[in-house]
Design a protein around this ligand. Structure first.
Ligand code: ZN
Length: 255
């Protein structure tokens, strides 16, 4: 079994050295992935962290002195911890209009999104993505991806006969996690989380509405496929913007 677990670690982009260093925890988390239906939040966070490590390795990450990093750091300077969750932020120098947050508290913002959004709109979008983490949507997405990718190995693991995990199965875990789409209710709740986050911190809640309206406009226009990433996982931008505006009017915050 241990061999298969290390194969998982390697496919998730971990070096042999770090596998050795973190072996105990990683083996424990991956064992759960293979053999058990129940995973602790800490184990899900750890696997999510490994998935982000792979994403970071695949994408050009802006350096510490890059203007995009400096801008993002300034925007999030008050928000290194959100709802008790420590967040680490990075910029991908990729033209896609996209951002995501993962169950371990990693937030990744794409250059293409930063190019079209104001600072407060970026906070609104990051607030929404962090909302998925705080609301445990991201945890559930990882669990679901694990079930789909590992299910065929469970029987072999339990019988002590480990067939090798194919690259596509492990790739399926990472793709399944990052490709997860949330339910309409989860999206609404993440919107509400962002609204409350903006309100609580003294920002204009209208940034949430205008960010959605920008996305809706891109969606309606004849744009390149670089702008579709966040839209495919977040449909109905226009109606969601209207919902935010309605709530803001009711709260006397529509200005
Ligand atoms: Zn969402």
């Amino acid at each position: 079994m241990k061999r298969a677990l290390i194969i998982i670690a390697l496919f998730l982009g971990v070096s042999r050295l770090s596998v050795a260093q973190g072996e105990q925890n990683l083996v424990q988390a991956a064992m759960e992935a293979l053999t058990a239906a129940t995973l602790s939040d800490a184990q899900v966070a750890q696997l999510s962290r490994q998935a982000v490590v792979e994403m970071d390795a695949k994408n050009p990450v802006a350096g510490p002195n890059d203007p995009y990093t400096l801008r993002l750091n300034k925007i999030v300077s008050r928000h290194r911890t959100v709802s008790g969750l420590p967040i680490n932020y990075k910029v991908y120098m990729v033209p896609d209009v996209n951002a995501f947050a993962t169950a371990d508290g990693s937030v990744r913002v794409f250059k293409g999104l930063m190019d079209i959004m104001s600072d407060s709109e970026l906070l609104a979008i990051m607030g929404h993505e962090i909302g998925h983490v705080v609301n445990k949507d991201s945890r559930d997405a990882m669990k679901s991806a694990l079930r789909r990718s590992a299910v065929r190995n469970v029987a072999a693991a339990n019988s002590g006969v480990i067939g090798k995990l194919s690259r596509s199965q492990v790739g399926g875990l990472v793709d399944g996690y990052f490709g997860a789409s949330f339910s309409r209710q989860q999206e609404t709740e993440a919107d509400d989380y962002s609204y409350d986050f903006l309100k609580r911190n003294g920002y204009s809640v209208m940034a949430l509405a205008t960010s959605f309206e920008k996305l809706a406009k891109l969606n309606g226009g004849n744009q390149s496929n670089k702008v579709t990433a966040i839209l495919s996982s977040h449909p109905d931008s226009k109606s969601r913007a209207e919902r935010v505006r309605t709530r803001a009017r009711r709260d006397g915050l529509a200005k």
